[in-house]
Design a protein around this ligand. Structure first.
Ligand SMILES: *Cc1c(COP(=O)(O)O)cnc(C)c1O
Length: 360
């Protein structure tokens, strides 16, 4: 068996130890005689798996007691609608900060439910920076302020938490949740699909402050009403049981790595290897402003698009896959989430140097 270094933006690489444990437990979870996939979500076995995943998530992120942790379905794209359906609370407006492809998707979806004020946009910079807080035009009557903490496609990331006063701050953290410590109390709501940093696709993590629950619009599907989901411990309908189980194993793995401070240090080290090299060479170019560069998704371009196919092929031959940038921006993108070992980044930088020497 040969495992590749998988630089996919998502679904993304999982820790090998987690996959091995899941394989070991596939046919018989802890003497139950069943696979987790075959268990009733109401049985004591799965209830314990679910409770452990939730309590680990709470512990790792130090989630305050007045927040609910929900495991939902529908992905972050689903939440783009579920958030306004729950959080408008009779208001008609919401603020959105536009930092790239994923913010644009959130904005477009929210416009079906409310009037969106684009409080700031990275458009003028070609989405290569996060707009400085000083320039944001927030609406005091907005129901909430929405940001995307890490733009998975463009590779820009917030390295600060915006102060937005009394209006709840909402963040799509799909691609950087659990990659670094977080002050949850600064947010009204955080959501993210699991498939970048936390587990397989199918489960969406929602962390929501109690006072924002219980105000869903009558048009909100029951399965997406935060109150019904919270009151039923995320089991109002059948939850994505296997995805929650794997996410729980990943959370245990994160704890074993030393928790989020240790992971952040490791993630910074990995990103620095790549960015330091990108800054030293004139062959490759990273378009993103230094202070806003993502620690998770590193976009870069070759001097000529005609070299892209050869670069990707050479990478594949060396066991490095999924480096092609998103079709909307082109170029290359290395996604180096929690589960990417530093050896994978070292191998990539070594290959980039080799390719530069040959084609530069
Ligand atoms: C991947 C991603 C999404 C899409 O999530 P789905 O699970 O496909 O709905 C949304 N936002 C961000 C920031 C992402 O990285």
């Amino acid at each position: 068996m040969t495992r590749v270094f998988n630089f996919s933006a998502g679904p993304a690489a999982l820790p090998e130890a987690v996959l091995r444990q899941a394989a070991d437990e596939m046919l018989d979870w802890h003497g139950s005689g069943m696979s987790v996939m075959e268990m009733s979500h109401r049985g004591k076995e799965f209830i314990s798996i679910h409770a452990e995943a939730e309590s680990l998530l709470r512990k790792l992120l130090a989630v305050p007691a007045n927040y609910k942790v929900l495991f939902m379905q529908g992905g972050a794209i689903g939440e783009n609608a579920i958030v306004p359906l729950n959080l408008l609370r009779g208001k008609t407006k919401a603020d959105y900060v536009d930092t790239g492809e994923w913010s644009k998707k959130s904005i477009k979806e929210a416009q079906r439910y409310c009037s969106v004020n684009v409080a700031a946009s990275g458009k003028d910079s070609g989405y290569t920076r996060i707009p400085a807080r000083a320039g944001w035009q927030l609406d005091p009557d907005a129901a909430y302020v929405h940001i995307c903490s890490n733009e998975t496609i463009g590779g820009v990331q917030y390295h600060w938490t915006p102060e937005v006063g009394a209006v709840p701050l909402v963040a799509d953290m799909s691609s950087d949740i659990l990659s670094r410590p977080l002050d949850v109390s600064k947010f009204g709501l955080i959501y993210g699909g699991a498939q970048k940093n936390v587990g397989p696709s199918g489960v969406t993590i929602v962390i929501v402050r109690d006072d924002l629950i219980g105000h869903a619009s009558p048009a909100c599907p029951s399965a997406f009403d935060y109150k019904l989901v919270a009151d039923n411990d995320s089991m109002y309908n059948t939850p994505p049981t296997y995805a929650i189980y794997i996410a729980g194993l990943v959370l245990k793995w994160i704890e074993a790595q030393g928790g989020l401070p240790a992971l952040e240090a490791h993630n910074r080290q990995k990103a620095a290897l790549l960015y330091d090299y990108l800054d030293r060479t004139s062959f490759y170019k990273c378009p993103v402003a230094r202070e806003d560069r993502s620690l998770m998704n590193v976009p870069f371009r070759l001097p000529d698009e005609k070299l892209d196919a050869a670069f990707l092929e050479g990478a594949q031959q060396r066991g490095m896959v999924q480096l092609k940038g998103h079709r909307s921006v082109g170029g290359m993108r290395a996604s180096i989430y929690n589960a990417m070992p530093i050896d994978g980044v070292r191998a990539l930088v070594a290959y980039m140097k080799e390719f530069e020497a040959r084609h530069g």
